[in-house]
Ligand binder design. Structure first.
Ligand code: FNR
Length: 321
């Protein structure tokens, strides 16, 4: 896995499922993170080859709940991100999925209360021993690359010190979101503090925060750049030819959701985020997305009924039924 000078789709809960990752890759993302999945959830899953859809599913045992879906096409670029507060549990979760993904990443930046109260995400940032324990346990026992994603600490010096400790665990790369735990998304990302980490480490640093245009990728020399909201609002941000119209990107996302039988909650959430950025949910399209109960409703809303029918008929015959 090469992390140098790459364009990276950031992990995004409810957004970074298979169709969105494939969409970003089609426009030029080299590395695509899945949404954070908590280790407690992953350890309850079993791997199932889904011949009907042509993918590999990790399904909660005894249920039909697909926790993570991937496919062969993204095998060399998809990163599985874990939320954890425990080295052994993180390892058990990672072992279930590691042969089907390019690398395992640990989320050490999430400031949400459900993460912090479980000792996960940003709660790890002030526990360097636990960070060391988790990362060395994963490193020692997995054959795939291991990385983690942090936020900035109170001072640049503190961040650099933590980054150096992380580097010593043998991780392949470190992603740095250029905001502090208390910062909100509207606060500007501090690229100079990310640059301090880049110059202090020899492993690749994945710089993250406020990249909205292809031109922004050149903002920091010798670093790989990770994009979240810029990609959510228009996944063609990764395209060197410039962005295509968001309506076109959205339609392609709808088609990929149909093709990969995406979780309806994820499809609705992602479409709502796109619509809210450019328009508003009170208009007929937004109301239609909110009302949709399944992918057939979404297909109808976007005039993709024939595609929906074609995909499902094809699955039917390839299944031999
Ligand atoms: C996120 N972020 C995030 N981070 C992470 O490590 N794991 C996750 O699952 C998520 N989920 C998530 C969902 C959504 C909808 C957003 C917008 C963000 C944080 C994200 O990866 C990134 O660090 C920040 O959004 C900053 O990057 P941008 O948005 O300034 O490019």
């Amino acid at each position: 896995m090469d992390y140098q000078n790459k364009l990276v789709l950031a992990p995004m809960v409810r957004v970074g499922t298979l169709p969105f990752r494939l969409l970003a890759a089609e426009y030029g993302a080299d590395i695509t993170y899945g949404e954070e999945i908590i280790d407690h959830k992953m350890v309850k899953c079993e791997r199932k080859v889904n011949e009907y859809i042509g993918c590999t599913d990790f399904v909660e045992k005894g249920t039909e709940n697909v926790v993570f879906r991937t496919c062969y096409e993204e095998r060399n670029r998809v990163i599985f991100q874990i939320g954890t507060s425990d080295a052994v549990r993180a390892l058990t979760a990672a072992q279930i999925v590691c042969k089907d993904v390019a690398a395992i990443d640990v989320n050490m930046g999430c400031p949400k209360s459900f993460s912090i109260s479980g000792g996960m995400g940003a709660a790890l940032l002030n526990k360097p021993e636990l960070i060391h324990d988790i990362l060395t346990t994963l490193k020692r026992n997995l054959s795939c690359p291991v990385t983690c994603k942090i936020r900035l600490l109170k001072s640049s010096q503190d961040t650099v010190e933590l980054a150096r400790r992380i580097e010593k665990t043998g991780v392949s790369a470190l992603a740095v979101h250029g905001r502090k735990v208390a910062d909100r998304p509207r606060d500007p990302a501090k690229w100079s503090e990310i640059a301090d980490v880049v110059s202090a480490l020899s492993i690749p640093v994945i710089a993250n925060g406020d990249v909205f245009d292809y031109g922004d990728f050149a903002r920091i020399k010798a670093a790989t750049v990770m994009v979240a909201r810029g990609a959510l609002w228009n996944a063609s941000v990764f395209s060197p030819e410039g962005k295509v119209h968001w309506e076109e990107v959205k339609r392609e996302y709808v088609r990929k959701s149909i093709l990969w039988d995406n979780d309806i909650k994820s499809t609705k959430h992602t479409l709502k985020e796109m619509i809210m950025h450019y328009s508003c949910l009170e208009l007929p399209e937004g109301k239609g997305v909110i009302k949709s109960e399944n992918l057939a409703d979404i297909a109808k809303l976007y005039g993709e009924e024939r595609y929906y029918q074609f995909v499902n008929e094809n699955r039917f015959s390839s299944n031999g039924s």
